[in-house]
Design a protein around this ligand. Structure first.
Ligand code: ARG
Length: 271
């Protein structure tokens, strides 16, 4: 297996969970009424942010807004490729105000090519860039018509993948990009046709077991060498190590109560 992996420094956008809570349920992980510990959520989030910085990445932050408990999941705020920003348009009313809030951040930070989308799309939750291609999820949140909108806007090939398991409601809960050519994913989260497409495109991909997928192990961030993923997903960590990656377990158990982990908290700013 490859031993010459190298990390490339990334620019990331994150949002502190200052208003985090589980007050509504829009995915099966969210159980309103089950106690959450905001101080612990903040501590765990800060550890992730500091880890990114220690690894040499640049972390920008956006001001969290009251009344938007899911705003911590910055991955959903937009999709940024080649400096172009495709704004997010959320499916659920509880999150709609996040779209304009994130878009405003980009407008205030010098991004010139910004598109307010016509169709529902939940940012990098459903759009994952692999090299010069974009994998696009649908089935629960992002409208399949958004995929054509994204392809036209970015001028990059967009491959549609359909999700079927409500516990993996966003693409980034079922598939993680490891390098410009490699991914890991949970086949059972996809329709048979989408599984076949993934096998065709990535015959050597790492497959996650039911158990590892249920631990949210695919909600991972890779810089090409270091792969940050939920601490509990030990089996995936072993598979990653065997392929020459450096897996780093991260504890984000509080945010998991809202159905999010490492990748959900992280929006990559690709210039
Ligand atoms: N509670 C949020 C929702 O259901 C979690 C979003 C997680 N983000 C992600 N990129 N998967 O919308």
């Amino acid at each position: 297996m490859s031993t010459s992996r190298a990390a490339t420094p990334r620019k990331l956008l994150m949002c502190p969970p200052s208003h985090f809570d589980v007050t509504y349920s829009i995915n099966p992980w969210m159980v309103p009424g089950k106690p959450t510990d905001r101080a612990l959520a903040l501590l765990q989030w800060e550890q992730l942010r500091d880890l990114f910085r220690t690894l040499g990445h640049t972390v920008e932050t956006i001001e969290p807004l009251p009344g938007l408990p899911d705003m911590v999941f910055a991955a959903n705020g937009a999709t940024v490729v080649d400096g172009k920003v495709l704004g997010a348009r959320f499916l659920h009313a509880e999150r709609t105000a996040e779209g304009p809030a994130y878009l405003q951040w980009f407008e205030q930070h010098g991004y010139r090519e910004v598109l307010w989308p016509e169709h529902i799309n939940e940012g990098e939750g459903d759009y994952l860039t692999v090299g010069r291609r974009i994998l696009a999820g649908t089935g629960f949140r992002t409208d399949p018509r958004s995929h054509a909108e994204a392809q036209e806007f970015f001028g990059l090939p967009v491959t549609s993948l359909t999700l079927v398991n409500p516990r993996h409601y966003h693409l980034d809960t079922a598939l993680a990009v490891l390098s410009d050519t490699e991914i890991m994913y949970y086949p059972a989260a996809f329709t048979p046709g989408s599984q076949a497409v993934l096998r065709e495109m990535f015959p050597d991909a790492i497959h996650a077991s039911d158990e590892e997928a249920a631990l949210f192990g695919l909600n991972a961030f890779s810089d090409g060498l270091n792969v940050l993923l939920p601490q509990a997903a030990q089996g995936l960590q072993e598979q990653l190590r065997a392929r020459g990656f450096n897996p780093i377990g991260v504890d984000l158990t509080e945010l998991l109560k809202a159905g999010g982990s490492v990748k959900c908290c992280t929006l990559e700013l690709r210039d």
